[in-house]
Design a protein around this ligand. Structure first.
Ligand code: ATP
Length: 371
């Protein structure tokens, strides 16, 4: 198998394979990197799995610049001749509760035990990097066959129960690569969604996965539609009233650039009430405290036109005059200046206001002076 790395990266990898042999460990490419290589996608990052302790191995090499070390997970970030390479130790994991972060039960386990903790067969293929520059394929779960058939299959029947974020990762792969869950996986997911246990659920991990799922604006709508239609929100809640149309209409109206943040806010946040606001000035003052994402989600939940009015007509209206201009007009330092500036802003915010520019504002102050 040929892998298209740069000449420099190729040389580093060959050297690492020789060093690994001398040190007495085997090294591998695994996971998304191998999946991408098999799919003909050019690898971007270089991650290497060490069957053994990656930290011990890497620490023994004098040409590696160590950037950070995570002892509990046996991972180590490095730079070699300016190229970033992450190393991980093989590990066995255990999920004490559904959806919690896994506990590492053995660092430096066999490659087989490391592969079995992974999400899908397509991500559980390894390539051993041999010292002679060749690779040896390890495909215990027929991941290559599943890549060819564009099928997503977990490795064991409790996989979605252990980690329901795999449902979301699967959806991401489905949309990115045009894959589909196997029939058995669809059943396993449905079974899980009927009665998810959320006692130990790592909500942070779910949010991270959602962030990745919705990170491409191109696929976010499709991803969210499926998230709602297939009731994947049940990973987090028994029930949640979510509308793909409503949130995407609002995203358009509010010209949101980062869809992911808004969608996640819509999924997680509880709708809130806005008090009675009589004037455009009151609307302006109230909504000013929220950012565009919050207002977009509020509007999605309520269709409150005041939010849209604020966002589309009021939020960019600013005064040209400053306190110093009022001092020049004879005002003294103090509360009156703030009060007067608010009065001018209130007038400027009115529909069809004649207060438009600096001169209008000065004229308004002169006419309505409270000195
Ligand atoms: P990409 O980066 O292209 O989205 P990836 O599969 O490399 O895809 P990562 O999140 O970087 O995504 O994960 C690296 C590897 O770690 C995966 O290929 C998989 O083998 C394993 N992995 C990641 N998340 C999980 C999970 N929740 N459960 C089991 N294994 C996982």
């Amino acid at each position: 198998m040929k892998i298209k790395f740069s000449e420099k990266t190729d040389k580093i990898i060959k050297n690492l394979a020789l060093e690994a042999k001398n040190f007495g460990v085997k090294i591998y490419f695994v996971g998304g990197l191998v999946r991408d290589i098999i799919m003909g996608i050019e690898p971007l990052d270089v991650d290497i799995l060490v069957e053994g302790n990656a930290i011990d191995f890497i620490s023994s090499l004098d040409f590696v610049d160590i950037k950070s070390v995570h002892k509990d997970f046996g991972t180590i970030k490095t730079q070699i001749e300016g190229i970033e390479i992450d190393f991980a130790s093989t590990r066995k994991e255990f999920y004490p509760l559904s959806g919690c972060l896994p506990e590492v039960v053995e660092l430096g386990c066999s490659i087989e035990d490391d592969l079995i903790r992974r999400d899908f067969t397509i991500n559980a293929i390894a390539l051993e990097i041999l010292a002679d520059g060749n690779y040896r394929l390890i495909d215990k779960f027929s991941g290559c066959h599943d890549i060819k058939n564009k099928t997503l299959k977990v490795l064991h029947k409790n996989s979605y129960i252990d980690d329901p974020t795999r449902i979301l990762r699967g959806l991401d792969f489905k949309l990115r690569f045009n894959f589909d869950f196997s029939e058995n996986d669809k059943e396993l997911i449905n079974e899980y969604l009927k009665s998810p246990s959320r006692e130990g659920l790592s909500v942070d991990r779910v949010i991270l996965t959602l962030n990745k799922l919705f990170s491409s604006n191109l696929r976010a709508k499709e991803a969210f539609r499926e998230f709602v239609d297939k009731k994947y929100y049940r990973i987090l809640f028994d029930n949640k009233d979510l509308s793909c149309k409503k949130i995407f209409d609002a995203i358009e109206k509010f010209k949101i650039e980062d869809y992911s943040k808004v969608i996640i806010k819509y999924i997680l946040d509880e709708p809130f009430d806005v008090p009675e606001l009589k004037t455009r000035f009151e609307i302006y003052k109230y909504f000013k405290q929220f950012d565009a994402d919050e207002i977009c989600v509020y509007y999605t939940n309520t269709k409150d036109e005041r939010a849209l009015l604020y966002f589309s007509k009021l939020k960019d209206i600013k005064l040209n005059i400053k306190g110093s201009d009022l001092l020049n007009l004879g005002y003294k330092e103090g509360k009156l200046i703030g009060f007067m500036l608010d009065k001018v802003l209130e007038a400027k915010l009115e529909e069809n206001s004649s207060v438009l520019n600096f001169n209008d504002e000065i004229e308004f102050v002169k006419k309505n002076t409270i000195l």
